[in-house]
Design a protein around this ligand. Structure first.
Ligand SMILES: [Zn+2]
Length: 258
């Protein structure tokens, strides 16, 4: 729960679901703010707690910068829109469903998922060595990053088993020749993951563009830094950064809560 996104629940929507809708709509706005969008493509989602295994995903065709809590569509693990009225009037991204549902089915610890197609993310995804340990941002993912080979646009549900296998125990994965995929224990944790992974990719593209020999920290320092990021005390900072980020949109874009 956070104070800034608290809003009166809409008729027929439980308080808990409305809060998740507000936070997820805020997440879409923040990805737009930080220029991690690709027209109407790519998708962010959040799990709705409960035995039904429902989750919220964007209404296909809505820009990230205009996403509202009421634009989010509730679907089940078969990709079916739960609300029969919405089923007639709304679309969701089929490939988005395959990628996100794979993670929700296999990883009950992850409550939210982000998938992006940024230039830096795609660029690193096409580089054979993957994410290089050349920046503090990248070291957050040292030995904590999966890689999944490209199989075409993810319409095939059979790909879910391979996505799960390749993610392993991690929260972040590079989709080769495609983009980035992260999950989190909360919406704020998921935002933290994509922010750092995107910045790490941007730094790598910039460093390689310089054409100079790179300096890599020793393995002992890489492991030490990764463990510093994994420290539980990190969660306080993640929440602090989330609350600060919400203030970026709260003043000028309060309609995300509608
Ligand atoms: Zn994609």
């Amino acid at each position: 729960m956070n104070v800034l996104t608290r809003a009166p629940a809409r008729a027929g929507i439980p308080d808990e679901e409305w809060q998740i809708r507000c936070d997820l709509a805020a997440l879409y706005r923040l990805l737009a703010h930080f220029r991690m969008t690709d027209l109407i493509y790519t998708h962010l989602s959040a799990r709705i707690p409960g035995p039904e295994h429902h989750f919220l995903i964007n209404r296909y065709g809505t820009f990230f910068h205009e996403m509202r809590a009421s634009d989010l569509v509730k679907i089940d693990l078969d990709g079916k829109i739960v609300d029969p009225v919405e089923r007639e009037s709304r679309r969701v991204n089929a490939a988005g469903f395959v990628i996100h549902s794979a993670i929700y089915m296999a990883r009950p610890d992850l409550l939210s998922v982000i998938h992006t197609h940024t230039a830096a993310g795609i660029g690193v995804s096409a580089q054979k060595e993957g994410l290089l340990p050349i920046s503090q941002h990248a070291l957050k993912f040292y030995d904590r990053l999966g890689y999944h080979n490209y199989e075409g646009i993810a319409f095939d549900r059979a790909e879910r088993a391979r996505l799960i296998r390749d993610l392993g125990p991690h929260k972040a994965m590079i989709l080769r020749n495609h983009g980035l995929l992260v999950g989190g224990r909360s919406i704020s944790d998921t935002f933290d993951q994509i922010y750092f992974l995107e910045r790490a990719c941007q730094a790598q593209v910039a460093a390689l563009a310089g054409g100079q020999e790179l300096v890599l920290p020793p393995k002992k320092v890489r492991r030490h830094t990764a463990s510093q990021f994994s420290d539980e005390s990190d969660s306080d900072l993640i929440e602090l950064a989330w609350q600060a980020s919400l203030r970026l949109i709260e003043r000028d874009q309060p309609d995300y809560r509608s």
